[in-house]
Design a protein around this ligand. Structure first.
Ligand SMILES: *Cc1c(COP(=O)(O)O)cnc(C)c1O
Length: 420
């Protein structure tokens, strides 16, 4: 399938919707998603798992809009959650409890209780203290719980340090020695069924080597457990498959270029083994399916720099500020104007509020619309009211049809939560 965000006669479309045309009548900024692209990404992942006992779980933290969750649910995905709030959203969207897995270093007693009562597929335990608490909760509720211990394999995923999770210096999981002790302990616990193992080494990983190294590490650990009489049936391989943030509008075939090759090498390590393989995927499901549309407010030239000031800011999309992420930015109408080098910045009062720095692009003008690409994942889900700017609306496109899937939330509405 062709990437659905493409220029036709110089105008950017999402599927069959002319983005310039709709942007002039909508309030900017806003997020817009392509249903076809979500389905396509889901299909790519499912195809990658063919031939294995395989189930993908969608990481809600990438984007929790219920309209999107329902598409992904219908594609046969389970849900990967990291909080009681995400458990609530997953269940309310229709994910069955036995298709939900729960990770995170700081699950509270209330969250563990909520998960045990729901009877979810696996609680992925990240410390001795958590296993101790979970055992108590399970015993109290008289419910046997399926548990995977999250192993930290000390493998460098070669990604931004804030989204690397598989190094011993990261807070996630436990080292193999500790894990081995925890499995023994869990094995002896009547309320804990330690039949799974979990790993997640980071996010936006662009090549297969860290995955393959991690998978081999897991396999040898599983064999070690087996020798000690502990049988593992389920391997939760985590997520982290990157997407291509290079300009997908110009080279559409590359928008989701890593999924196929990474999955193929990752799963291959387990070929011939009788293991259920779980994959947790966020970005590679939803990342390429969304763009953030914004309007140029001003341009400004200083003696040393050019600035294109737009109405989207770090409170809408924090990835450039937080992870030095580079998102493609293109005008909705291809411009004949000369090109220049500019910072693309938002109105928030922080120097770190930028969408791009030193980007070469056409010189745009007040009122021009732009699309910030690859914004489907970790965009709206990380949005805030910072600077008392609104949370923006989200739209879903299907063919030539566009539907609002969440309204903007204004500071005036926010104000109602306070006493004055
Ligand atoms: C964030 C997260 C994921 C999803 O990561 P992506 O890079 O979006 O695929 C999967 N599993 C766990 C435990 C996570 O924390």
């Amino acid at each position: 399938m062709n990437y659905p965000f493409q220029y036709r006669q110089g105008r950017l479309f999402c599927e069959d919707v002319d983005l310039q045309k709709i942007s002039s009548s909508l309030e900017t900024p806003f997020y817009i998603y392509s249903k076809e692209e979500i389905k396509h990404s889901c299909r790519l992942i499912r195809e990658g798992g063919e031939g294995y006992d395989f189930k993908p779980y969608y990481a809600l933290k990438a984007n929790f809009n219920p309209a999107l969750l329902k598409i992904i649910l219908n594609e046969g995905f389970g849900a990967d959650i990291v909080s009681g709030g995400e458990l609530y959203f997953a269940q309310r969207a229709g994910f069955k409890a036995d298709s939900i897995v729960f990770a995170g270093v700081g699950k509270t007693e209330a969250e563990l209780r909520q998960a045990v009562e729901a009877g979810i597929a696996s609680i992925n335990v990240e410390s001795a203290a958590e296993l101790y608490l979970l055992s108590r909760v399970a015993a109290e509720l008289r419910r046997k719980v399926s548990v995977a211990i999250r192993i930290n394999p000390d493998i460098d995923a070669k990604t931004h340090e804030y989204i690397s999770t598989g190094l011993h210096s990261n807070k996630f999981g436990v080292d193999a020695e500790t894990a081995f002790q925890l499995y023994r302990q869990a094995h002896a616990d009547p309320w804990i069924e330690p039949d799974g193992i979990h790993m997640h080494i980071g996010s936006q990983i662009e090549n297969e080597q860290p995955f393959v190294d991690a998978a081999r590490f897991l396999l040898s650990f599983i064999d070690r457990l087996k020798a000690a009489g502990i049988e593992i049936n389920t391997v939760d391989l985590g997520g982290g498959i990157g997407i291509n943030y290079e300009n997908p509008f110009a080279r559409p075939q590359q928008a989701r270029s890593f999924t196929r090759s990474i999955l193929s090498s990752y799963l291959q390590v387990f070929a011939g083994r009788r293991l259920k393989l779980y994959l947790e995927v966020g970005r590679s499901v939803i990342g390429s399916a969304g763009v953030l549309i914004s309007r140029v407010i001003y341009t400004k030239k200083t003696p040393v720099k050019n600035f294109t000031i737009i109405d989207a800011a770090m409170n809408n999309l924090i990835r450039p500020s937080l992870y030095k992420a580079r998102h493609p930015i293109v005008p909705l109408v291809q411009s004949e104007a000369g090109r220049w080098t500019t910072d693309v910045v938002g109105p928030v009062c922080e120097t770190g509020d930028f969408m791009a720095r030193e980007m070469e692009m056409p010189e745009l003008h007040e009122g021009d619309f732009i699309a910030i690409g690859g914004a489907g994942a970790y965009g709206q889900s990380q949005a805030s009211f910072y600077n008392l700017r609104p949370l923006v609306a989200e739209y879903l496109v299907e063919g030539d049809h566009i539907k609002k899937i969440s309204p903007a939330l204004s500071p005036v509405e926010l104000a109602e939560r306070f006493e004055w």
